[in-house]
Design a protein. Structure first.
Length: 380
């Protein structure tokens, strides 16, 4: 009997605890639950109205942030790398030395070309002197031939002397012509040697690679001791601080993304949305995705780097949407609910929303315009 009494008293105590935790033993007004009606003349919740409004429909084209200019630095000669003076992340000024190559071979070629040029110059001088001597001999032979020819006409000299004078004249003329050809050959040789010397000097200048513009080093793929050859990248540099978003826009909206158009760009990693101007549209669609590559210039953004993800927000027209105060939506896990006044009864409705502007959300399903909904936290 005592054991049964103890069991009854324990059960009663547990029941009282449960009722107390459920609020059944508390005094005051109990708020109505789903499907309950408020007391006459008493409004238990702060309320708001859903509304219909025409809003801009936005198409989000996913893209990647890239530098406006990216250049691959390569060697123009084959040579051993002596120095690489920069690393990834360094900022360089125009004309700053980036890579130094071994130029001894090209320096030797330049010296050899300089010596050949000097030799050709000396040969030209000798050829010109030979022309002067041949000119003097020709003038003498011509004067002698003219005099003998006059005397032969007067029958004052024999025919043999006339023939000898003519032969000497023709020989002198031939020697003068040969001397002139030698001068032309020496001038050509001097020109060739000068070009060779210039080419050797240019090749020697390629041993020092400098920055083409004020840029940032994106990557370094060579080290001292490596062999630099034409076509093998040594460094990749990009325009410092000048970035743009490259995104693919579907063909139906390409008319809204013409060059010069200002569009919004969302960068989730920075939690920012900025304005950019379309700089370029590749004039050919991808036949697989039917999209165009659009390049939008970005303002200077602290924390933005090439390769980051971004969205290009392209206006796609206007549509009618149902909007409600974002505070009216209660989220439990992935479920969204609102309290809706249906006549004199409050009921819970499941909804699906997306963010809008001005502290509102767009209701995709579950509500219509002009309905009264409760704002949680406003219980009186």
């Amino acid at each position: 009997m005592k054991r049964r009494l103890a069991l009854v008293l324990g059960s009663a105590a547990v029941l009282l605890v449960v009722l107390w935790q459920a609020g059944a033993l508390r005094t005051g007004t109990i708020a109505p639950g789903p499907g309950s009606a408020p007391e006459p003349g008493h409004q238990p919740w702060e309320t708001t109205q859903t509304r219909q409004a025409d809003i801009d429909e936005i198409y989000e084209a996913v893209g990647t942030i890239r530098p406006r200019t990216q250049t691959s630095i390569e060697a123009q000669i084959t040579a051993k790398i002596l120095e690489v003076r920069v690393r990834a992340g360094d900022f360089v000024k125009r004309g700053e030395v980036l890579v130094v190559l071994d130029d001894r071979e090209h320096a030797a070629r330049a010296d050899s070309a300089a010596q050949a040029q000097a030799s050709a110059r000396a040969g030209l001088e000798q050829a010109r002197q030979a022309v002067g001597e041949a000119r003097a001999a020709f003038d003498t032979a011509a004067a002698q031939y003219k005099r003998i020819k006059t005397l032969f006409a007067e029958r004052a000299v024999a025919e043999r002397e006339m023939d000898q004078a003519e032969a000497e004249y023709l020989q002198a003329e031939a020697r003068l012509s040969q001397a002139r050809e030698a001068v032309a050959g020496a001038e050509a040789a001097l020109g060739r040697s000068a070009k060779q010397h210039e080419e050797a000097g240019i090749a020697q200048g390629y041993a020092v690679i400098r920055a083409p513009e004020d840029m940032e080093v994106a990557s370094r793929t060579a080290e001292p001791g490596d062999l630099a050859v034409p076509g093998k990248p040594l460094l990749v540099v990009q325009t410092a601080g000048a970035l743009r978003l490259e995104a693919f826009v579907r063909e139906g909206l390409i008319a809204r993304a013409r060059p010069g158009t200002e569009l919004s760009v969302a960068i989730p990693a920075l939690e920012r949305t900025v304005s950019g101007v379309v700089e370029e549209v590749v004039p050919a669609a991808d036949p697989t995705t039917r999209t165009f590559l659009v390049k939008v210039g970005l303002p200077d953004l602290l924390g933005a780097y090439p390769g980051m993800f971004g969205r290009l927000l392209v206006p796609a027209g206007r549509r009618t949407a149902v909007l409600v105060d974002a505070r009216a939506v209660t989220r439990t896990g992935q479920l969204e609910t609102v309290r809706v006044l249906d006549g004199d009864t409050w009921r819970t409705v499941f909804v699906r929303t997306v963010p809008a502007q001005g502290g509102e959300v767009e209701v995709l399903a579950g509500l219509a315009g002009g309905q009264t909904v409760a704002l949680p936290g406003g219980v009186q």
